[in-house]
Design a protein around this ligand. Structure first.
Ligand SMILES: [Zn+2]
Ligand SMILES: [Zn+2]
Length: 242
């Protein structure tokens, strides 16, 4: 009697366990391919300032090759190449989405969607003044304390709402979000800008611009206050930089 009840439960338990092990093995394998290819991309970033158009193809080929029909719907999203992030230049980011599709000898299974995100820094050589991003910083978002600076002029750092910076264009990274919020500029032809490239927007403006646009004379970027101080900026006397 007891065996009749517990045996099926036991079998389901074993199958579930087997499923989880297979699932984790596939996930591990895909994540390894992703980080391995990302490492190559990071090394290439120092030599090739353009986004590597072959990256997605290469990665897809590899993960399909290594995982056969255990995965499907592999796609790369949010690919950002060499953009500034929290005061660091040459950042690269991406999400890899795919479905794990493991068949077991039971009638109930379904594809499980998986999403992995990576944020890392392109290799920039020895000239860069900043320390490499530590592993913990990649793992979790640090509490950030952003200030605004004029990157080409040096001097003071400012708060978000300081009068000295609110009227200046801000350097941003081209994305769908910017396309939704702003129109392309008719003077500088900014509609040709691809995702991940630098663009310039005024806080209260309606257009996004290229760096060559005549109305983008100087511009501001946001960086960590800590980094601004390290680079020799001091607090603005008007806004205090807070
Ligand atoms: Zn200020
Ligand atoms: Zn413009």
């Amino acid at each position: 009697m007891e065996a009749a009840i517990f045996l099926p439960i036991f079998i389901i338990g074993v199958l579930t366990f087997a499923y989880l092990i297979k699932f984790m093995a596939v996930q591990e394998s895909v994540f390894h391919s992703l980080t391995d290819e990302a490492r190559v991309l990071s090394a290439e970033a120092g030599l090739n300032p353009l986004a590597s158009p072959l990256f997605e193809l290469k990665l897809k080929d590899r993960v399909y090759d290594e995982n056969g029909n255990h995965i499907s719907e592999v796609e790369l999203a949010q690919f950002g190449y060499r953009f500034p992030f929290h005061g660091m230049e040459d950042m690269i980011s991406m999400d890899l989405n795919y479905d794990v599709n493991i068949k077991l000898p039971v009638p109930f299974y379904k594809k499980l969607p998986v999403s992995e995100s990576l944020l890392f820094r392109g290799f920039v050589g020895a000239e860069e003044q900043m320390d490499p991003l530590a592993f913990e910083e990649m793992e979790k978002e640090k509490k950030s304390n952003l200030v605004w600076i004029f990157p080409r002029a040096g001097g003071r750092y400012h708060s978000e709402n300081c009068i000295y910076i609110t009227s200046e264009p801000r350097q941003m990274t081209m994305s769908d979000q910017i396309r939704r919020k702003y129109e392309p500029c008719s003077i500088c032809g900014s509609h040709d800008l691809s995702d991940g490239s630098l663009t310039y927007c005024f806080k209260t403006g309606e257009s996004y611009h290229t760096g060559n646009c005549p109305i983008v004379d100087k511009y501001v970027i946001s960086i960590e206050k800590e980094e601004a101080v390290k680079r020799g900026y001091t607090a603005c006397s008007k806004c205090g930089g807070e």
